[in-house]
Structure formats: structure tokens, C-alpha cells
Ligand binder design. Structure first.
Ligand code: Y12
Ligand code: CO
Length: 173
């Protein structure tokens, strides 16, 4: 399946993704195609809406302690629901749909989620650290929310100005 990353300010990113009901070959093919595009663009997380599929699907591949990103650690998360959240943590986030921008964002420190795997089996996951942050970032995508929406008014203004300039430079280079 040929996929391309949808970038801000494309309105597609604002869609609310729909629950997955069929755990079929079409879903598996989408998941299989999302993995290489995430890896080839140096990503650690990708939601299906970022490749123009408005369904509640996300993948995560967090690097291990050695900084290695191995497919063994790939998580495919479908229809996630946060069941517990606690604490607060600040992390400098980036997003494949908002290239070249990184901002400090405050999120819950630890979360628990219920979700389904690619075959529709129900799973539970407790997450902290980068995994917890990344899950929250990707679940926001399912609601049409981007990390830049969480910036203060002045940071957001600054971002919009810099981002516009970056898009212009990219157009003419
Ligand atoms: C913490 C950090 C990130 C997340 C969400 C997942 N975000 C990403 O995977 C971001 C990847 C990213 C990759 C980039 O590199 C390339 O595109 C080649 C990048 O750099 C540029 O755009 C130049 C920016 C972001 C959650 C929690
Ligand atoms: Co993102």
C-alpha cells in the first residue's frame, strides 16, 4: 500500500478517527505499510490519520536502552482507551506531520490503556517514560489533536510564523 505522510496544516489531521471493527487483511496491509514509512522518516510513533486513514490505529517503536529501534519492540495499538492516568511529565516532542519542530509538552507521567491487537485480541498495557508520552501523543491524533495545540498562545504564534517561513523556504529550494 502506497502511503504518504500528511503534514500540518492539512485539515485531514483534524478528523476524528473511527473505531476499527474489521480485523481483516485490509487492516493488516495498512499496518504493514505504516511501519516502513515510520522507520524511513526516523519516527517512533505514527497514527493512521497521519497517512490519511481515519481509523483508530497507531504504531509505536520506542528505541531500547542501547538506542536500537528493533521490530521486536513494535507495538500495534487499535481502538485504545486510557483507563488510568497519573502524575505529570514534560518532554520535548516532535511529530512526523509537523516536520522540524520540537516543543516541550506536559502530559501524564504514567498511563494504563486497553486496546486491541491486529487480530482483535483485547490487551492491557501500563506505560511510563517515553512510551507513555508517545501513546498519549498518538491517541491525541485519533481525536484530531496535535501537540502544537497544547502550546501557550505566544508559543503557538511563534510556531505559526516559523512554520510558514519553513514551508516557503521548502517550496523555493
Ligand atoms: C515523544 C516524541 C515523539 C512522539 C511522537 C512520535 N513522533 C515522531 O516519531 C517524530 C518523528 C520526527 C522525525 C523527524 O525526522 C525526519 O522527518 C527525517 C523529524 O525531523 C524533521 O522533520 C526534519 C521530526 C520528527 C511522542 C513523544
Ligand atoms: Co504526531
Amino acid at each position: 500500500m502506497q502511503l504518504t505522510i500528511v503534514e500540518y496544516p492539512n485539515k485531514k489531521l483534524r478528523e476524528i478517527s473511527k473505531e476499527v471493527k474489521s480485523f481483516d487483511e485490509k487492516l493488516h496491509s495498512l499496518l504493514d505499510s505504516m511501519y516502513p514509512i515510520m522507520i524511513n522518516t526516523n519516527g517512533i510513533g505514527l497514527a493512521a490519520i497521519q497517512v490519511a486513514h481515519a481509523i483508530r490505529v497507531l504504531i509505536l517503536n520506542i528505541p531500547d536502552e542501547e538506542g536500537e529501534q528493533t521490530k521486536e519492540n513494535l507495538l500495534e495499538i487499535i481502538n485504545p482507551v486510557i483507563t488510568q492516568k497519573d502524575g505529570e511529565s514534560v518532554y520535548q516532542e516532535g511529530c512526523l506531520s509537523v516536520p522540524k519542530f520540537y516543543e516541550d509538552i506536559t502530559r501524564y507521567e504514567t498511563i494504563s490503556i486497553n486496546y486491541q491487537d491486529r487480530d482483535g485480541n483485547t490487551k492491557t498495557l501500563e506505560a511510563d517514560g517515553l512510551l507513555s508520552i508517545a501513546i498519549q501523543h498518538e491517541i491525541d491524533h485519533l481525536e484530531g489533536i496535535l501537540f502544537i495545540d497544547k502550546l501557550s498562545y505566544s508559543r503557538r504564534k511563534k510556531f505559526e510564523k516559523e512554520y510558514k517561513r519553513m514551508l516557503k523556504e521548502r517550496k523555493y529550494s
